[in-house]
Design a binder for this molecule. Structure first.
Ligand code: ZN
Length: 493
């Protein structure tokens, strides 16, 4: 570079469309009045400078109330976002936009933009049987449903995944961690077809401890490896290896699954400490409480995601925190199955990443993260008789940034910050007194729902807009599900 020439870097697509950024050494710098200078990592910038992927566009989203979901819960009431190659290149006040014009300008008409919601625990494949059993505690309920769920075919599972994915996207969910027993790659394939992001996989169990159904290990490993080779090229799809629970898996199986996960560099997912019965079973078999048992076996670490964690004592919370494991909190499912109320605040106070999950359509029965946010707050407050327990900010973090952290995906998604992928939701939110940060955050938790979701983007691509899915024919999919479900009626009545 000739001396004296201003340093300037531009991504290929930005050069073509005249967008430029000032480069202040290692960081691209944008100034916003009244706010700290925001710095965009140059490595992020260079990564995004690769040629555009087919279907992605350089795009300016303007005239929006932007809730970024960053650690400060920064809002830009007159905000704008610049999307380049599927990533957020710039987020800020519209008056501070970088110079130049992008290829496409979208006026959002003052609507609210928030990060895509992250569902950290679901079982999409079980969705065909929603409402088949709405009573009983966890073990009674699972026993009642076993005649329906055990004989599920891969096609039942796949069509169930469509139902779950359609409902999630319609409700602003852009990423989900799905668990199944067979067909480790099914959810990821369906989610990728619709355009959603997923962390998919199967939960192994020991046949002697969970006799219904056929053995699923090492089948789950083989299925996961196949799915990784078939779908691994799509950055929307990530995978894990998992085990069902400490009571349905032998210690040997838990260790083997975790070792294979470590060998492949994958997260390890397991249900843990979901019910008092589980604590009794694990204590009587192994002399330890569930989390102590998992820690003793060496399967807790920063790549472990624990679903539920309701019945954990102080020592166990300490073990989860010390090992860096994360928790998927499922307040509606836990309440419906009379499992209990997880100590969310104690876990978060120790620095444990706690994401929100819906669990399956059988135990929830919706895939609605807005409901989950509201219920998470109400449950803690009613249980603790503390009107300050779990704030709107805290639960919004759990449904977005903290959920991303629980899935090990926080460098890419979870908030609307320059450098991250453009996973976002546009909502038709209005307030008679006008939109302010306080009112918007309150509405997102206590008043909003899928009916307010107008547009959903993943990696800068619009996958849902004004009631329509852009990649698939929803009516055709639902017709297919209806025809298939007609053949199931004999064993669901
Ligand atoms: Zn589950």
């Amino acid at each position: 570079m000739p001396p004296g020439r201003p340093r300037q870097r531009q991504c290929a697509a930005s050069v073509a469309h005249g967008v430029s950024y000032r480069d202040a050494g290692r960081h691209l710098v944008a100034h916003a009045p009244g706010r700290r200078t925001s710095k965009v990592s140059l490595s992020h910038h260079l990564r995004a400078a690769r040629p555009a992927t087919i279907g992605l566009m350089d795009m300016l989203l303007r005239n929006a109330f932007v809730y970024t979901g960053d650690v400060h819960h920064t809002c830009f009431p007159r905000g704008a976002l610049l999307v380049c190659d599927g990533r957020l290149r710039w987020v800020g006040d519209e008056s501070d936009l970088p110079e130049g014009l992008p290829a496409q300008v979208v006026d959002l008409g003052g609507r609210v933009v928030m990060p895509g919601l992250i569902n950290t625990h679901t079982h999409g494949g079980l969705s065909l049987h929603r409402g088949c059993c709405d009573c009983g505690n966890l073990f009674q309920w699972a026993q009642t449903l076993a005649p329906f769920t055990s004989p599920l075919t891969l096609e039942d599972n796949r069509l169930g995944c469509y139902l779950a994915v359609l409902e999630m996207v319609r409700g602003g969910v852009t990423t989900a961690c799905d668990c199944t027993r067979y067909g480790a790659g099914l959810f990821a394939a369906v989610a990728a077809e619709v355009g959603m992001r997923s962390l998919g996989g199967a939960l192994a169990n020991s046949p002697a401890l969970r006799p219904m159904g056929r053995p699923n290990w090492p089948l789950a490993l083989e299925e996961t490896l196949r799915a990784m080779s078939e779908l691994g090229g799509d950055s929307r799809c990530r995978f894990y290896l998992g085990a069902h629970s400490p009571y349905s898996c032998t210690p040997e199986l838990l260790v083997e699954v975790k070792q294979q996960a470590d060998r492949l560099g994958l997260p390890f997912v397991i249900h843990a400490a979901e019910s008092q019965e589980e604590v009794q079973i694990v204590r009587s078999r192994h002399g330890r409480r569930p989390i102590e048992h998992l820690h003793h076996l060496g399967v807790l670490d920063a790549r472990t995601l624990l679903a539920h964690c309701i019945w954990v004592d102080e020592d166990e919370i300490g073990l989860i925190a010390a090992t860096g494991a994360a928790v998927a909190h499922n307040p509606i499912s836990n309440a419906k199955l009379a499992s209990g109320i997880a100590p969310v605040q104690a876990l978060r106070a120790r620095g444990v990443p706690v994401g929100l999950g819906t669990d399956s359509m059988l135990s929830n029965n919706a895939q609605n993260l807005f409901q989950e946010m509201k219920f998470a707050v109400l449950l803690q407050r009613a249980h603790r008789l503390d009107g300050h327990a779990l704030s709107s900010r805290e639960v919004l973090s759990m449904a977005t940034r903290e959920g991303a952290r629980a899935l090990g995906w926080e460098s890419e998604i979870g908030s609307l910050e320059a450098g991250k992928e453009a996973d976002l939701v546009v909502l038709d939110l209005d307030h008679p007194l006008g939109l302010t940060p306080e009112r918007v955050l309150s509405d997102l938790v206590f008043a909003a729902g899928p009916e307010h979701v107008r547009t959903v983007m993943v990696r800068g691509e619009t996958i849902f807009d004004q009631g329509r899915f852009t990649r698939i024919d929803e009516r055709e999919v639902r017709d297919r599900i209806r025809r298939h479900a007609a053949g199931l009626s004999s064993h669901v009545t």
